[in-house]
Write a protein that binds this ligand. Structure first.
Ligand SMILES: *Cc1c(COP(=O)(O)O)cnc(C)c1O
Length: 433
């Protein structure tokens, strides 16, 4: 330990000039307590904080760093792009290449538009859905996060299939009156919502594997019914794959559902995180007739000064090239499974109720004997035990999400030794509990 805690000094300084000292709330460690680590630099599967302490990084910038930090091919592409110019406000070849590369991986989309954040992308996808259907209402599920656009910052009201209440100050009730919030994986609520509002629904927006309430899969029967009801009532199924896109499989989560539901496809897909490889880049896309609703072709307006930024697209393209190599997802998935099963074994040995799940390079674990199916259940986690585990791991140089409702991320740079070290650290903590 250094004598002076530079993380603390930086945090104190930060709090004077940035609300809460952070530019995105979960970074503040509010849920777990303590001082956030200020990252100095990162390489591969590791980063170093302001005290020069090294951590195995299982957040990877909340998903984008699927190759680990500073992958040489990506760094080279970004350096080259930087010398050619930062931003032009005119179209570039790389935007076309990235659009083609994305469509090749997620074939349910015929066209895609690039933006700079997942928030923008899901907000715009909903605008397209509303514009194309001429309907206002849409369904979202409790515990799913789709960015911080006003109409999406909503939680369920009391009673079944009621309209949501804003979860943030500054969002007028009128703005969320068209947002219907349902429980994830609750078939009965889904059926009832369609009976009541089916012909007024523009879309369902869903995280197919919800990574913003730790890691909860939509069950196959639930997803199948979402698809059927949307088709029957003329609503669109919008997959928010900002987190799962190119992270859980080459073809994203939709390809995972297509294994069990023949011919399964969403109408629209929202992407972010991995497709930018750590740069501000996101996208939304879907069927041609829907995407042709967008300006300049159609009446749905959407724009962005830095959209399709030449440096960000270079980073995304280089990342996509690497993750497209044979065996990439097999190796990533194997390591993620090894971590989750190692943690389960260590907890079980210590007599601690514990379970976990993973898909590709995304995982979650719970201090429960069985996997939860919805947000309400996730939130019954024993906070104290989770915080103890979090801080124990942090002390031992393992950085997991500082909140029990967040997923974890493996990268190609993590080694079997990193996984063994993480499991040993967790075992240490479990045994002392
Ligand atoms: C991260 C995330 C978003 C928001 O993306 P930003 O780039 O942070 O605006 C939206 N949806 C999901 C599923 C996400 O995980």
């Amino acid at each position: 330990m250094t004598q002076v805690d530079r993380n603390q000094i930086l945090f104190d300084r930060a709090r004077q000039v940035i609300p809460g000292g952070v530019n995105s709330p979960v970074r503040a460690f509010k849920a777990v307590g303590g001082t956030p680590r200020f990252v100095q630099r990162a390489q591969g599967a590791y980063f170093w904080d302001a005290n020069d302490k090294k951590y195995i990084d299982f957040i990877g910038s909340w998903g984008p760093m699927i190759l680990g930090h500073g992958h040489p091919a990506v760094v080279e592409a970004v350096q080259k792009a930087l010398l050619e110019g930062f931003s032009f406000g005119a179209p570039t070849e790389r935007e076309v290449e990235l659009a083609e590369a994305i469509l090749a991986r997620v074939p349910s989309m015929d066209m895609v538009r690039l933006v700079s954040s997942g928030t923008e992308a899901s907000m715009s996808a909903i605008r397209v859905a509303r514009g194309a259907t001429g309907r206002s209402k849409f369904i979202k599920f409790e515990g799913c996060y789709h960015g911080h656009a006003d109409s999406l910052l909503v939680k369920a009201g009391s009673g079944l299939a009621t309209f949501g209440h804003a979860t943030s100050a500054g969002v007028p009730a009128e703005v969320v009156q068209h947002t219907i919030v349902l429980e994830y994986n609750n078939l009965q609520q889904l059926e009832e919502a369609f009976v009541t509002h089916g012909r007024e629904l523009a879309c369902i927006i869903i995280e197919p594997i919800a990574g913003n309430m730790n890691f909860v899969r939509a069950s196959v029967p639930f997803m199948k019914r979402c698809r059927e009801l949307c088709t029957e009532y003329g609503a669109l199924l919008v997959f928010d794959e900002v987190m799962t896109g190119l992270r859980v499989a080459f073809g994203s989560a939709q390809s995972v559902y297509a294994r069990d539901i023949p011919g399964f496809e969403p109408d629209m897909t929202v992407l972010g995180k991995v497709i930018g490889g750590g740069m501000p880049l996101a996208a939304f896309g879907g069927k041609r007739h829907l995407m042709e609703q967008l300006a300049p072709l159609g009446p749905v307006y959407q724009a962005g000064t830095l959209s399709g930024n030449p440096v960000a697209t270079a980073c995304g393209l280089a990342t996509l090239a690497e993750i497209g190599k044979p065996g990439f997802y097999e190796d990533l998935g194997r390591k993620t499974q090894a971590l989750v099963s190692g943690l389960i074994a260590a907890a079980t040995k210590a007599g601690i109720p514990f379970c976990g799940d993973s898909e590709g390079g995304m995982f979650g674990f719970f201090l429960f004997p069985e996997l939860p199916q919805n947000y309400a259940k996730v939130m019954t986690t024993d906070n104290k035990t989770f915080n103890h585990l979090f801080h124990g791991l942090l002390e031992r140089g393992v950085y997991i999400a500082p909140a029990l409702y967040e997923a974890g991320f493996m990268s190609a740079a993590h080694t079997d030794a990193d996984i063994a070290e993480t499991v040993a650290a967790a075992a240490d903590i479990f045994n002392a509990l």
